[in-house]
Design a protein around this ligand. Sequence first.
Ligand SMILES: NC(=O)c1ccc[n+]([C@@H]2O[C@H](COP(=O)([O-])OP(=O)(O)OC[C@H]3O[C@@H](n4cnc5c(N)ncnc54)[C@H](O)[C@@H]3O)[C@@H](O)[C@H]2O)c1
Length: 287
Amino acid sequence: MKDFKGKVAVITGGANGIGFAIAEECAKREIKIVIADINELDLKKAEEKLKAQGAEVLALQTDVIKYEDMERLADKTLERFGHVDLLFNNAGVVVAGPAWSLSLRDWEWIMKVNVWGIIHGEKAFIPIMLKQDTECHIINTASAAGLLSLDGMSAYHTSKFAAVALSESTYLDLQCVTDKIKMSVFCPGFIQTDLNNCERHRPKDYDNDMEDEYYHSDSYKAKEEQKHKVIQNGIPVDMVGATIFEAIEEEKFYILTHPEINPLIGLRTRNILEGGNPSIKDIVGVK
Ligand SMILES: NC(=O)c1ccc[n+]([C@@H]2O[C@H](COP(=O)([O-])OP(=O)(O)OC[C@H]3O[C@@H](n4cnc5c(N)ncnc54)[C@H](O)[C@@H]3O)[C@@H](O)[C@H]2O)c1
């Protein structure tokens, strides 16, 4: 896709961070914007900012965990704009810790948002795009954490590897039935956003038992501090919108942002192919 004016983009997790940066890039390109987010207050602020930039905006409170919310998002998008051309399955959360220390609630929450959120987006919107039979593009936000693994981030890696696999397989499946719907997976390294404060987006149904000793342990506190540090040391978020749209124009599937991480992705692949074991201990910004 090269001609964006008048197109319609749906962005989940669009009220903050990467989602909002994508929305601002859409505004620059005169794309009509549907921002969907669980956080009503942030959504309202984002809507006002985008409207002040001259964008045509529909803001809908949406929990990507709930399929009925995603169906409503699709219905309302069509009701307001009549078509959908770009879908950004971007909402995501992070919880740090080893697999056995995290609560089952943590596991459920992260997998529901980071994986099921994308499944719901694809199920709600791809049939509409196929029926439209027009040029479309879907961009799933995964992470560099979906291409390599580090210690202390088991649930996040699991969810992001799943997001990459889901994107790759959807890309291949779409190729079997249409040449009009393109697909990309966004795999950034650290970006300065509010991701480290994502507890504020945790729905009540997924509340943790904060009495659990893990959440009072030094190990948990150290992981939380590290999470804050690496996000704060990331690249500025306003760099991502242009990068993503260049990839859409070039029909590039894998969108990476941090060249210094690429050799580590190569190292993981070599370990797999040459009979090595997981060995990535140091990554820029982590230790
Ligand atoms: N910031 C980074 O360093 C980084 C790196 C790699 C990948 N990512 C991924 O980028 C995506 C966006 O994260 P961000 O860094 O902009 O974080 P952010 O917290 O700034 O923005 C995420 C948005 O998602 C929304 N959200 C959370 N749960 C939701 C739900 N159930 N339904 C709908 N919306 C929900 C939040 O309200 C928030 O507005 C995530 O998938 C994240 O995993 C971020």
